[in-house]
Design a protein around this ligand. Sequence first.
Ligand code: KG4
Ligand code: ZN
Length: 393
Amino acid sequence: MILLAIETSCDETAVSIVKRLRGKQVRFEVLSHKVLSQVDLHAQYGGVFPALAKREHAKALTQLIAECLDEADLLIERTNTHHIPNTERKKLETLLEREPEMLAAMKVLFEGIQKPAIDAIAVTSGPGLEPALWVGIGGALALHTVWDIPLYPINHMEGHVVASVLSHTDGNYEIPELDVPAVALLISGGHTELVRIPKWRSYKVIGKTRDDAVGEAFDKAARMLDLPYPGGPQISKLAEHARKEGLVVDEDLRLPRPMINSGDLAFSFSGLKTAVLIRVNKRKPIDDITKRMLALEFENAVTDVLVSKVKQAMYETRAKTLIVGGGVSANTHIRHALKNLAESDGFTLFVPDHALSTDNGLMIASTGLLHIATDAKPKVKIIANGSWSIEDC
Ligand code: KG4
Ligand code: ZN
């Protein structure tokens, strides 16, 4: 079973091709894996600009699919002239009506190469930026239409969960058995949620943010400190620096720990962002030491809240496993704090490999294999759903 996965929910265009290996457990080999980041382009706008994201995905996707097929040794060029049969060509033209450039590239691909030995396609269908999601879905539907390969829509947040638990041995990956119930802490640019997982493919959101997501708060706070997008890694770097030099945060720069004593599993980060703004405005123009103090205090405040809510969620659900996923899970300080909690409270912790913490195709590919292994049925109609909850996937 060979599966091709496409991810275009935000600002990375990603394609992966994996081969399921024999055995009961979902084990697979990565045949190719490519991520094309648009981060530098969006940096000049201080955040992801949806229309630009969509355009860049549409420009890059077909070529990326061809490169991945080639790397996976699945690309066989045609030696004779080949025309896409009329019915399929018409379907393709309707499907990619709004993406003329991608339509042209897809036609060249279908005319130039033979149908590759791909058994299934998985594509992110939400949550995310809908215009961006549609590009990936359009690409997946095009391959499905012309090559007649079954299609599986994948929830991006489920992808983050699966990416976090992947174990990596002998060059192959495996989705392990979970010691359930598990709790997932999903922290990304668009999400902050705690999810109870009684078994694979079953998800219940037990707590989420009332306003901004953690990653969004990192990015906005970074902007106030004149740091480039994406702000998370930048704040983290300054905070690390501050910790190393033993910097003590001035009293007037201290920040609140929003909702830490709310007694429930809800989060709120918009107040924290405003609190940063107030402190920045009071000290304008801010010097480098103030920047480092605020970065340190911000990262500590976020970490305190996350640790406290996770502790409560683990206790309330009697969970034995914590899975941390999403772009913010790349944060070293947060990882460290959750590792300490796991040791003191006695639960198993999964965090993703650094390369798999931000958006990529492997998270979608592995989730696709999980769907197939748990008898999910392929879909013929797939639509982008920008706010698709992990509960409904
Ligand atoms: O999962 P992701 O790649 O995209 C979404 O699905 O949103 O997450 C991106 C988010 C951004 O907000 C970025 O600032 C944040 O993850 N991020 C970090 C770190 N690396 C990425 N936040 C804090 N510390 C980091 N080291
Ligand atoms: Zn993500």
